[in-house]
Design a protein around this ligand. Structure first.
Ligand code: M6R
Length: 369
């Protein structure tokens, strides 16, 4: 039931605030992260030397965002691997490796086979999944469910923000167990994450209409590029995937620092480029790097669409369009920056008259390899 929305995707984007809130619910008590599903695993978390995150598509981009939190907060080295690449390359894994799988459906065959492979190789597996009782969680040692609610549209939206939320909870939990975070630090991060639902809601209330209108003006565009650094990089990849998936426009995401190693050759006058801009206050070094990337592409005629923090005056002179997001801590920012990109992809596909819920050639869950 679309509940009065024009599409399931529109409904599911509108549910992004709840998806985060519901994934947090019951897992935070007085500033302390407590995930009952992970009870009894403290020895495991204390003893691991490495985490491998396996997933496909959007879930893998959530994993890339989670890597920053797991490394920064729990101080465990993390590799993020596409499930189908992981299992066919004889990876080095053992009992000191924790494999974290991420899957909305819990039925993705590539991810399932990778989890089985990891278990057989002696690794412990935790699954982050949105579907109760699905196959992947049943094959795992522990499950952290995302509570985004059923996701029907092929393009994953609310599950993505819920996956990042679950990974952040996991990172705080493991950081607490390993003693790499103090209770005060955990409480501070928890406060920042708890503010996310309201901040996403603010983007939807204040900007959705404008972004959809803007997307409509771009309906004839043939190619869109997305740039980001740090946690903005996986968000750039997610923005590009969503756009190609439902609007059939060529789209590519790049790490902004990679520009001069090749992709800048693509920039010609009029080329639209979305740039995820880090917070000037929270991440001043990254911010100035990204602003210079914007200047470089602008000098070559790119049409710059900046996703930037409210009040960021430094991007204004160089951007053709600014999509604002509320002020947030650096690791919280991706949960906000992705929202305008989801709205944009949906707006553009709608303007092209396409079926946003059921794009050609794709299935909601990919149960074949
Ligand atoms: O159900 P899963 O999370 O395992 O699905 C993984 C990908 O197939 C999925 O995220 C896909 O990339 C989406 N259609 C992207 O919007």
């Amino acid at each position: 039931d679309k509940g009065g929305w024009s599409s399931f995707m529109a409904k599911e984007v509108s549910e992004e605030p709840e998806a985060v809130a519901n994934t947090l619910r019951g897992r935070i008590r007085d500033g302390v992260v407590s995930i009952p599903e992970l009870d009894g695993l403290d020895d495991l978390f204390a003893g691991i030397n490495r985490i491998i995150v396996i997933a496909c598509g959007t879930a893998a981009y959530a994993g890339m965002v989670g890597k920053y939190a797991l490394e920064q907060w729990a101080r465990v080295p993390v590799d993020v691997e596409l499930a189908h690449e992981f299992r066919y390359r004889d990876p080095v894994i053992g009992s000191d490796t924790l494999v974290v799988s991420i899957s909305q459906s819990g039925e993705t065959m590539d991810t399932l086979m990778a989890v089985k492979y990891a278990r057989e190789a002696g690794a412990k597996t935790v699954s982050i999944c949105n579907t109760q009782g699905a196959t992947i969680p049943r094959e795992s040692d522990a499950i952290v469910y995302t509570h985004a609610g059923p996701e029907v549209a092929v393009a994953s939206t609310k599950a993505f923000v819920a996956q990042i939320t679950a990974l952040y909870l996991l990172a705080l939990h493991v950081g607490g167990v390993r003693g790499t975070l103090t209770p005060t630090e955990i409480a501070q991060h928890v406060l920042e994450i708890e503010a996310v639902p309201e901040k996403i809601q603010r983007i939807l209330d204040r900007s959705q209409e404008h972004i959809e209108q803007f997307a409509g003006w771009m309906a004839d565009t043939r190619s869109v590029l997305f740039l980001g650094r740090h946690v903005g990089y996986p968000i750039a990849l997610e923005g590009a995937l969503k756009l190609k998936e439902i609007s059939y426009i060529h789209a590519e995401g790049f790490a902004a620092g990679e520009l001069k190693h090749g992709p800048i050759a693509l920039i010609e006058p009029g080329q639209p480029v979305f740039v995820i801009v880090p917070s000037p206050r929270e991440s001043p070094v990254l911010h100035s790097k990204v602003v210079s990337n914007i200047q470089e592409i602008r000098a070559r005629g790119a049409r710059v669409i900046a996703v930037a923090e409210e009040g960021d005056a430094a991007v204004l002179p160089f951007a053709d369009e600014v999509l604002h997001i509320p002020v947030a801590a650096p690791l919280v920012e991706p949960l906000l920056a992705v929202v305008p990109l989801h709205i944009f992809a949906m707006g553009l596909a709608t303007a092209k008259g396409l079926d946003v819920d059921q794009p050609r050639n794709l299935a909601k869950s990919v149960t074949v390899e």
